[in-house]
Design a protein around this ligand. Sequence first.
Ligand SMILES: Nc1ncnc2c1ncn2[C@@H]1O[C@H](COP(=O)(O)OP(=O)(O)OP(=O)(O)O)[C@@H](O)[C@H]1O
Length: 361
Amino acid sequence: MAKITLSNLKHSYLAEPRDRSEYALKEIDLDWNDGGAYALLGPSGCGKSTLLNIISGLLVPSEGKILFDDQDVTHLPPDKRNIAQVFQFPVIYDTMTVYDNLAFPLRNRGRGEDIVKSRVTAIAEMLEVTDMLDQKAAGLSPDNKQKISMGRGLVREDVNVVMFDEPLTVIDPHLKWKLRSKLKELHQRVNATMIYVTHDQTEALTFADQVVVMQEGEVVQIGTPVDLFERPAHTFVGHFIGSPGMNVLPCSVKDRQALFNGAPVLLEGAVPDDVSGQLEIGVRPEYVALGSSGIPATVTKVSDVGRHMVVECDAGGNRVNAIIKAPAPEKGASVHLKFLQAQTRLYVDGWLATQPEEVSA
Ligand SMILES: Nc1ncnc2c1ncn2[C@@H]1O[C@H](COP(=O)(O)OP(=O)(O)OP(=O)(O)O)[C@@H](O)[C@H]1O
């Protein structure tokens, strides 16, 4: 397994890009440690496949370098990169048995049958498919086929990285959670460098120790699932992660005081000097409380989502969501909103602009 470094990477599908907007990847600098579990998360079109294809060698980037263990592989073809890939749709041979499918990547590399047997047996056990080893792959259900596809990605011990490209797309929703947790467990057991590409926050947050969030060809934040939830570095991350996402509310600043609908709002830390640009307050619904004083609002919708209620409010034409425990107010009720100060932040042109106040001893 290898450490992977992406250095100053840019890619445009045009031969002569004129400006930044014509780059599918704008500038990517990343270090992925040997043995880590990473996710690339972002909406359709943000550049995930482009980045994956650069790592696997199907694309040569317009600018920048890619290194495996400090060795420059930017111009190395895919078959020389020693990468295993698991795709959206199972890649298996229907006419072969499950055993032969799992053995294929090893036999292809000329490994002896002793090693083939011990690796196939171990992987089959981890994936809980031992009882299927003698069956022809053609008869398997779609999720079992995808399990075997994953097994083929994991069976070799000598790959630099295993990449998963939206691997749960074809899996029934009720089985997804099972395979999601299975993959996490597999990472812990095989300890390989793994990159998991998805547009689904739950998959990314369940699988990865570090998540790379992308938007329009740029990395907007790299962090642990907790980092992304607790301190979104960009309003996009706040929106994209969480259910519902972070409230992003237009605000103004006067005398270094943030104002929402003309009323002062206390932030986690000081407003920087001379802020200008698009000013917004970000606060997650989990940190909005309903009380007898605060920002006046009207309840527009109440949803009971099991463990808690989501109360949607209108405050001066802005939608604010609050997550609360029952009982919830009725639709149409007048309420007051309170934002938890330590979790209320200022964003300037989308980027986080406040720092938490130092707590003095
Ligand atoms: N072969 C190509 N030629 C030209 N433009 C492309 C090509 N492939 C992708 N693009 C463009 O590059 C940008 C990034 O696309 P990419 O497929 O990498 O995103 P993605 O996040 O993987 O999306 P999806 O999840 O839909 O696959 C998009 O604007 C897309 O239209």
